[in-house]
Design a protein around this ligand. Structure first.
Ligand SMILES: C/C(=C\C(=O)SCCNC(=O)CCNC(=O)[C@H](O)C(C)(C)COP(=O)(O)OP(=O)(O)OC[C@H]1O[C@@H](n2cnc3c(N)ncnc32)[C@H](O)[C@@H]1OP(=O)(O)O)C(=O)O
Length: 362
């Protein structure tokens, strides 16, 4: 019997096998369907955000909001501010931005916003605390696969609790598709691999949640049934210039393959390629978004299988290899993963083994 937790159980050089594995893997979803929202529900958008000088200036620069009151102390004082505040567009964008994961990441359109009120001036360094309340949910009469949800969101100063900005916003939100699983937490993918097909685990399981115990329980279930704990992540990231050229240069990485298209035209890739640490970091970010990461411990056997070029989309696939409840502090357990980054053609571009502490559900 194949040991589906062995580090070398999946051969990334064999794309056919890898694709068959992907076909069977459940996608760990992000965001919420329309049915999740009930009128009166309140949500706190946990990540928060710290308003920064850099973020503020970047926003203003890119949007052509070139008003020096928001960066020059003398002009700010002339305008009645003690010091340069954050631009209101930036504040609003930050407050709304951190709500997307909870409210609208599932998709749908931002239809409108009303009652936008600025209650106090916000300054760089302010930590945001954002909450939303579901004001209204209704079906869309013109688009049966969507509902329409209106929330009131409030952005506060986390330190003082003072309201900074509030508004009501309406989005179209997709309705849930009929359930795709057989109810056992196992993806119903038809027959296991036939005799002549690639060597694959008969079933792939996904953990029920993001905490250590849920990874451990899934691994125990898998070991009892010759299954593997393996799943894909819903997010993808298309590689743009900021990622391919900007990030390596910001680390002072001067390798020509990231920023010199002329020099790279005759190379095997034919174009500039992403810094491997950027590609890897994107795949790890997808994975971390589906786990309660506490600390990174170590990485092993990292491989870059193919080029990632401008316009490629990097997605992630994760397999759980081991769980050790004794290897961390009381509130976390150690989990060893294999992560695979793959592109829009399902070609693996990176794989590596990672050991991290994952918080317990307490
Ligand atoms: C933030 C964020 C995401 C974004 O920023 S996405 C970028 C900004 N949003 C957009 O680009 C969407 C632009 N809008 C459109 O392309 C069209 O409006 C859309 C969504 C394709 C719908 O087109 P329709 O021709 O179907 O438009 P209707 O006017 O018939 O509206 C469809 C239903 O929506 C209701 N509705 C429209 N506006 C509002 C509103 N302001 N408040 C409440 N309801 C509204 C309208 O009554 C229709 O209802 P039915 O019952 O008749 O279906 C992020 O992710 O959060």
């Amino acid at each position: 019997m194949t040991d589906w937790t062995a580090p070398d159980a999946v051969d990334c050089a064999d794309q056919q096998t890898f694709e068959a594995l992907l076909d069977r893997a459940e996608t760990r979803e992000k965001g919420h369907y329309f049915e999740f929202f009930g009128e009166g529900d309140e949500l706190r958008h946990d990540p928060g955000l710290r308003l920064s000088v850099h973020g503020n200036e970047r926003w203003m620069g890119q949007t052509l909001n070139h008003d020096p009151a928001y960066w020059r102390p003398d002009t700010a004082r002339e305008r009645g501010f003690a010091e340069p505040p954050t631009h209101p567009d930036y504040l609003l964008a930050c407050v709304m931005g951190i709500t997307v994961e909870d409210l609208s990441e599932k998709g749908g359109y931002f239809l409108g916003r009303t009652n936008v009120e600025f209650h106090r001036t916000a300054y760089p360094g302010t930590e945001l605390d954002v909450t939303s309340t579901v004001l209204d949910t209704r079906s869309s009469s013109s688009r049966p696969s969507y509902g329409i949800v209106t929330w009131e969101s409030v952005g506060r100063d986390r330190q003082t609790g003072e309201r900074l900005v509030s508004y009501e916003r309406t989005n179209m939100i997709p309705r849930r598709e009929p359930a795709a699983t057989d109810g056992s937490g196992t993806v119903a993918n038809g027959d296991p691999a036939d005799e002549d097909g690639p060597d694959l685990p008969p079933r792939l399981l996904a953990p029920d949640g993001e905490y250590f115990e849920q990874f451990r329980d899934a691994l125990e279930r898998a070991r009892d049934s010759d299954a593997a704990v393996a799943y894909r992540h819903e997010r993808g990231r298309t590689m743009d210039d900021a990622l391919v050229s900007g990030l390596p240069l910001s680390t002072l990485n001067t390798a020509r393959q990231h920023h010199n298209r002329d020099a790279m035209a005759d190379s095997p890739s034919g174009d500039i390629v992403a810094y491997g640490d950027v590609t890897r970091s994107i795949a790890l970010a997808h994975a971390r978004s589906d786990e309660a990461t506490y600390r990174e411990r170590r990485f092993e056997d990292e491989r870059f299988h193919d080029f990632v070029t401008l316009g490629d989309t990097v997605s992630g696939f994760t397999r759980v290899l081991d769980c050790d409840g004794d290897a961390g502090p009381d509130h976390a357990g150690e989990v060893t993963f294999e992560h695979v980054a793959f592109n829009q053609n399902n070609t693996p571009v990176y794989s590596g083994r990672r050991t991290a502490l994952v918080r317990r559900h307490q």
